[in-house]
Design a protein around this ligand. Structure first.
Ligand SMILES: Cc1ncc(C[n+]2csc(CCOP(=O)(O)OP(=O)(O)O)c2C)c(N)n1
Ligand SMILES: [Mg+2]
Length: 336
């Protein structure tokens, strides 16, 4: 519970109580959906690579809670958390992962390419840093159209090793674009730790050198994330320009696929275990339970509702039709 200490009365500060319970429900839902994806993954019915966010739920939920449905979110290859936190349709996500015609990307993308324009989930990309210039372009469009729209883009710390991210920070600061750059720093790129990849540097300070407000938050603490995102979104909406948030997090599972890969030796098991004590879902539950906002029976009901929704969504995906040959030629543009 270290991560909720000193945050005002019993850790919740001035946040609305129902809102806190809702943040918990959103994180729990993402956790349970991913656990079920993981449990079923070896049945080989999901024809897609997966990158689980288990352990990183607070970043997506905290930041997306600061966005309106009309604001846009973009994400990296680690997609499920942002998609669901932004309000993406669970059935369409699972259909996509099962390569069904009614998937959210028409079965063309799989887990790494989730999109739901109805709720402002504007897209995700398998290319490290690939979403960052797309989001920056969308922010330029919002500004040129004088639209009341803020863009948030999520990316891992490895994306900051790609030149295009520097270019986007510079361009967004120069043009005062309405965008929040949200870096989820989980310290690893696949199985490479930071030391061989980046000269010792603080990412929040590196970003600040591009002349935009930048801060580091505790990414395991959904309220810290929300507060930082709320301020950054408000600033962008007022025409104050971009911000950068570095959230330190830890993924509890393998880089890709199901299960944990720590036993291959690239990261100490004790390191993962230490971060598991900061579990964003369970630590927050303890805080809201201690404060009397939720009881164990109420949580049980919440768990049951999530289970029912999830099982129905899996069944729906499995019962949905495969794409047909004709679908191959839809959305294809060729110049003769
Ligand atoms: C341009 C590019 N280079 C390399 C890869 C291979 N790759 C896929 S995910 C990944 C790690 C990305 O790490 P990070 O951005 O920190 O995100 P995380 O997986 O830790 O969430 C790499 C190197 C890729 N997809 N795209
Ligand atoms: Mg990383």
């Amino acid at each position: 519970m270290r991560n909720y200490e000193g945050k005002g009365i019993q850790g919740l500060g001035a946040h609305d109580q129902a809102f806190c319970v809702e943040l918990f429900r959103r994180m729990l839902r993402i956790r349970r959906v991913e656990e079920e994806i993981e449990r079923r993954y070896h049945q080989d019915q999901m024809k897609t690579p997966i990158h689980l966010v288990i352990g990183q739920e607070a970043t997506a939920v905290g930041c997306c809670a600061a966005l309106r449905p009309t604001d846009l979110a973009y994400s990296s290859h680690r997609t499920h958390g942002v998609y669901l936190a932004k309000g993406g349709d669970l059935r369409a996500m699972l259909s996509e992962m099962h390569c069904r015609a009614n998937g959210c990307a028409g079965s063309r993308g799989g887990s790494m390419h989730l999109i739901d324009f109805d709720v402002g989930m504007a897209g995700t990309s398998a290319i490290v840093a690939g979403s960052v210039p797309l989001a920056t372009g969308a922010a330029l469009a919002a500004k040129m159209q004088r639209a009341d729209r803020v863009i948030a883009v999520f990316f891992g710390e490895a994306a900051t090793e790609e030149g295009v991210v520097s270019e986007c920070l510079n361009f967004a600061a120069l043009k005062k674009l309405p965008i929040v750059f949200f870096c989820e720093n989980n310290f690893y790129s696949v199985q490479s730790p930071m030391a061989p990849r980046q000269a010792p540097r603080e990412l929040d300070r590196w970003a600040a050198a591009h002349a935009l407000p930048s801060q580091r938050v505790d990414g395991m603490n959904v309220l810290d994330v929300f507060d930082a995102a709320k301020a950054a979104v408000a600033r962008a909406r007022k025409g104050g320009g971009p911000s950068f948030i570095e959230a330190r997090v830890y993924r509890y599972r393998a880089h890709g696929g199901a299960g944990d890969d720590s036993k291959t030796g690239y990261r100490p098991i004790a390191e993962r275990e230490a971060w598991e004590k900061l579990d964003p879902v369970e630590c927050f539950y303890k805080v809201i339970a201690k404060t009397g906002l939720i009881s164990d029976p109420a949580r049980k009901t919440m768990e049951q509702e999530i289970q029912e929704e999830m099982q129905e969504a899996f069944e729906h995906a499995l019962a949905s039709a495969d794409p047909t040959e004709a679908d191959l030629y839809r959305h294809v543009y060729a110049v003769g």
